[in-house]
Design a protein around this ligand. Structure first.
Ligand code: HEM
Length: 734
């Protein structure tokens, strides 16, 4: 009897397996049946091996290179074709007209980013804007755009970037009085982690280890030796943080058997997700699938939590918030009961954050949140919590939120979500309604927070949940750190290898010198105006006495000075950078030649048969769509007549196809950090050239042609595979 049952089970499983394998086999006809050509897939894995085996044709290494694989296929199959990830079809667009047809499509809600079987679902309570889709994305985007694409906020971030430049770069490089090779890639990472940290928390990374960072005293000449040690310890911490982030990226890119299985058998993803829960049995990295999960929890417990503790301590509220106690947790992904206990202190902590004057993303995102109401609010604790949260919400609402009429006005007004403007689009409205319903269903299922459904005001629909506010702050690190530091690295390498273009940049900096005021002056360091004809640079303003008496509390002075420096100063600097046309073209040209986040430019078609190119092509529902950015960026049709392989910023003087330059993506889902990233890259380039002479590395042994001088890989982002050397000499008077 047992054996016959066993045979039945084995038989059924075998039949199911054979059926499943047969189904997989039939999938490989799909793209052909739609009329799309493409590389020949292998059974089960599709074309995944082609990515892994892609060789860098000009270099000895063989790091896999997503963009180069697409580029090779484009040469063979043309401007639109398909490939298979496992047996899931993916459509590739390699033509700006087609990209515009899909990504700028106003009517069809093509705003869904493609997803991977094991990545976070859009319905997850902690889903950030990057993984969210539909109305869930739209709501987050609506609020976050106002913060992140705001010029004043971006100008404020320049102040943070300037200070980071001093903290992470100037000091080390100032010790270099003779020409010396440095790894500019490592340096820009230290710069970026400090900058992005301050942008998110409004406080310096160093403040986590020392309340008054020694860095602010390092520029006293007589203390230089001591300062070296202080600096070393501060940078040690920064380096640790960078290391953790590097690890996160590595983990993401490392082969994982469960990720691979989910990619080739997405229908069984539920099984692979279950297996992941038992990963501790296997105790091996290759069984991990979570995207950034571990570093994120490390990051959360080390940063957000500590920050809140520190903040409440600074505000004299230590009694309620014991260090290392659970009391000061936010309910980020926590269970309702635990969160219930903590909410009193949470709301206090959040209140403190919200009421800070200092601009930072966390603060701004929290000011967009719904009032969180926990499920079990009928007991006394719950009621207390409810009241305190309501008070907190009220104060925030009156302090921060625009009035209802203002909000309506804003909704009506120009914003980048242009398809919102289409009033007569019934399909859109019904889709949004549907997503709204779907979203509220998934929200009700969420075990963490239940949103206050009694909030009836219209604009409530456009806020973030508290979990979204927090997960988006984490996203900012990952979206902003690696990408921007790599972009700055490429710019520095271009400066060091292209003397003619460097001269043009120097000329423009000299022309705008007075507008590009340098924060360093308050640290008694003076950049010297660049005199290209002599080896000696001229001191700009001899009225600053470098030996003037030093205050014991430089930090306090700096604080006062920086608050006295009104925001106008940073607005002026922002404007000055914006008006530097050659600098703008230079950075754009670097990003044209070295686009960094190509695999992010992707969408999922959620409408039945999207017709593009005047009916020439049809994209069926659920098709994943990616863009071959590298081919578009190197197509002479769009970038000629000067050969696109040549570094030639002036090509941007000619108006180009709007979908031919894609480093930040395109359409209503394009990069939210574009303003921040561009202004920080420009600021770094300007400060670097104001303070240092940058040249080709001495005795590097590598080609000093810009294009060949950096070896890259591209799995998640394009990254240099080895240290990027430039030679540097200080131009600064200390
Ligand atoms: C050089 C630096 C950067 C590059 C090359 C870059 C590139 C990209 C790309 C290609 C996308 C996908 C766009 C699309 O699908 O059309 C993207 C999305 C995004 N980026 Fe960036 N990025 C950079 C810096 C930043 C920074 C500094 C931040 C924020 C601090 C940021 C935040 C985001 C966010 C939130 C999204 C998702 C937007 C959405 O889904 O609506 N990025 N980025």
């Amino acid at each position: 009897m047992i054996s016959s049952n066993f045979s039945v089970i084995i038989g059924s499983v075998s039949v199911a397996l054979v059926g499943y394998l047969y189904y997989i086999k039939t999938c490989y006809n799909y793209l052909k049946s739609l009329g799309y050509d493409g590389p020949k897939p292998k059974f089960l894995i599709g074309n995944l091996l082609d990515f892994a085996l892609e060789k860098n044709s000009t270099k000895s290494s063989n790091f896999s290179h997503y963009s180069r694989t697409l580029q090779r296929w484009t040469q063979k199959f043309g401007k639109i074709y398909g490939f298979y990830e496992g047996h899931s079809p993916v459509l590739v667009l390699a033509d700006p007209d087609l990209v515009a047809d899909v990504f700028l499509n106003q009517n069809k809600l093509v705003t869904f980013r493609r997803s991977f079987p094991m990545s976070k679902k859009s319905s997850d309570p902690n889903a950030d804007i990057f993984v969210s889709n539909g109305i869930r994305w739209l709501r987050q985007r609506y609020g976050m755009e106002k913060i992140m694409l705001n010029t004043k906020n971006t100008a404020k971030c320049l102040e943070y970037a300037d200070t980071s430049f001093i903290n992470t770069f100037i000091f080390q490089a100032d010790l270099i009085k003779e020409e010396k090779n440095i790894d500019i890639y490592a340096q820009t990472k230290y710069f970026m982690i400090q900058t992005i940290f301050t942008v998110i928390f409004g406080t310096e990374l160093n403040s986590f280890i020392q309340k008054k960072p020694h860095i602010h005293t390092v520029f006293k000449r007589q203390e230089l030796e001591d300062a070296k040690l202080a600096q070393a310890s501060n940078l040690y911490f920064t380096k640790t943080v960078c290391h953790k982030f590097e690890k996160a990226f590595e983990d993401f890119e490392t082969f994982s058997i469960l990720k691979f299985m989910a990619l080739v058998t997405p229908e069984l993803a539920i099984i692979w997700r279950l297996c992941e829960r038992f990963k501790f049995f296997f105790n091996s990295h290759i069984f991990h699938v979570s995207y950034f999960a571990d570093p994120m929890s490390w990051f959360y417990s080390n940063f957000i939590q500590k920050h809140l503790i520190m903040y409440t301590q600074e505000n004299g509220d230590i009694s309620k918030h014991r260090r290392n106690s659970d009391d000061s947790h936010l309910s980020f992904g926590a269970e309702p009961n635990r969160a219930n206990i903590r909410l009193q202190s949470q709301s206090q902590n959040l209140n403190n954050f919200i009421n800070r004057k200092q601009f930072c993303y966390l603060n701004s995102f929290l000011s967009l949140t719904y009032i969180p109401i926990l499920k079990y609010n009928q007991n006394e604790n719950g009621r207390k919590m409810l009241n305190s949260v309501k008070d907190f919400g009220e104060s925030r609402r009156s302090a921060r939120l625009p009035s209802l009429s203002k909000m309506d006005e804003l909704k009506k007004k120009k914003d980048n979500l242009s398809f919102l403007k289409k009033e007569d689009n019934r399909a859109r409205i019904s889709s949004i309604d549907r997503f709204n319903r779907m979203e509220s269903r998934s929200r009700l299922k969420s075990s963490t927070l239940i949103l206050n459904d009694l909030e009836t005001e219209d604009f409530e629909n456009w806020k973030l949940t508290i979990n979204e506010a927090l997960s988006n702050t984490l996203l900012m690190f990952f979206a902003g750190y690696e990408t921007t530091s790599t972009a700055i690295t490429f710019c520095c390498k271009a400066i060091s290898t292209l003397p003619e273009q460097k001269e043009k940049l120097l000329d423009e900096i000299n022309e705008n010198w007075d507008k590009l005021k340098f924060n360093l002056e308050k640290f008694k360091i003076k950049p010297l105006k660049i005199n290209k004809n002599s080896s000696q640079s001229e001191a700009l303003d001899s009225s600053v006495d470098l030996n003037e008496s030093e205050d014991d509390d430089v930090f306090e002075d700096d604080k006062k000075a920086s608050s006295a420096n009104s925001l106008d100063e940073w607005n002026d600097l922002y404007e000055a950078l914006e008006n530097m046309k050659y600098l703008d073209m230079f950075v754009k040209e670097v990003l044209r030649m070295y686009p960094i986040a190509n695999s992010m430019v992707s969408r999922k078609c959620v409408v039945n048969n999207l017709i593009i190119s005047n009916g020439t092509y049809k994209i069926p529902k659920n098709m994943n769509i990616v863009v071959d950015v590298l081919s578009i960026h190197n197509d002479p049709v769009w970038w000629g007549p000067v050969d696109p392989r040549i570094f030639y910023p002036e090509r941007f003087l000619t108006e180009r196809h709007p979908a031919a330059w894609l480093p930040f993506g395109i359409g209503s889902r394009k990069c939210l950090g574009i303003k921040l990233a561009m202004s920080q890259i420009k600021l770094f380039v300007v400060r670097l050239l104001q303070n240092y002479m940058i040249n080709q590395p001495v005795n590097d042994g590598k080609s000093q042609n810009f294009v060949d001088s950096i070896e890259t890989k591209d799995i998640l982002f394009t990254q240099p595979t080895s240290p990027v050397l430039v030679s540097i000499t200080s131009n600064t008077n200390i």
